[in-house]
Design a protein around this ligand. Structure first.
Ligand SMILES: [Zn+2]
Length: 194
């Protein structure tokens, strides 16, 4: 049955209600830029005026998952560099798109299989690792993505631990700790005080 005169709330309405403006989440081109990307995303999602918490404290959990992406090298406008190279092998590669030589070297690194993206015959980075933060709350509990990293799926537990630690460190250093504690499944749960 269609109710006349009343529009179904769209996803955009949900975001406007919760965020006042739609947050601009950025993917991290590689591990070197992870801290900067997490800081940007936390501010977009939890920064001043985002309406989270309203003075209340919640427990938050970190959720890790992988999503399918197009194996392609794209322009990451936020960092003005190449995106879509796997995070596992791109930390020592210059992803800057500022000069032709750099772009040529990047293509060589992809074609030779050093970095995984969409090089012919190479392992493609066809999934992205996503780390989201979700609150234990009756409202606004939706998982909010703070890390998006293209992956060739060779990431080991150590690298994933480093990514989780980076989120925890930025959460504290950027001042969200005072708002509310964060917990992860492998860490002892902190009981928040009101
Ligand atoms: Zn790789």
């Amino acid at each position: 049955m269609v109710l006349a005169g009343r529009r179904q709330p769209s996803e955009g309405d949900w975001y406007r209600h919760h965020f006042h403006k739609i947050p601009k989440i950025v993917a991290s081109p590689n591990m070197k830029l992870l801290r900067s990307a997490v800081s940007h995303n936390l501010n977009e999602l939890f920064g001043e005026g985002r309406g989270f918490g309203h003075g209340k404290k919640f427990l938050w959990s970190l959720l890790l998952d992988e999503i399918a992406i197009d194996p392609a090298v794209v322009h990451n406008a936020h960092f003005n560099c190449a995106g879509g190279a796997c995070y596992e092998h791109s930390h020592n590669v210059n992803l800057n798109l500022g000069d032709e030589d750099g772009m040529r070297r990047l293509k060589e690194n992809i074609d030779s299989g050093l970095v995984h993206a969409n090089g012919a015959g190479q392992t493609p980075a066809k999934e992205a690792l996503v780390v989201s933060i979700a609150s234990f709350s009756n409202s606004g509990y939706h998982a909010k993505p703070v890390v998006i990293l293209a992956s060739c799926k060779s990431g080991d537990a150590k690298l994933q631990q480093l990514i989780i630690e980076t989120v925890e460190i930025v959460w504290v250093e950027d001042g969200y700790e005072g708002k509310t504690p964060i917990s992860i499944p492998s860490a002892p749960m902190a009981i928040p005080s009101d």
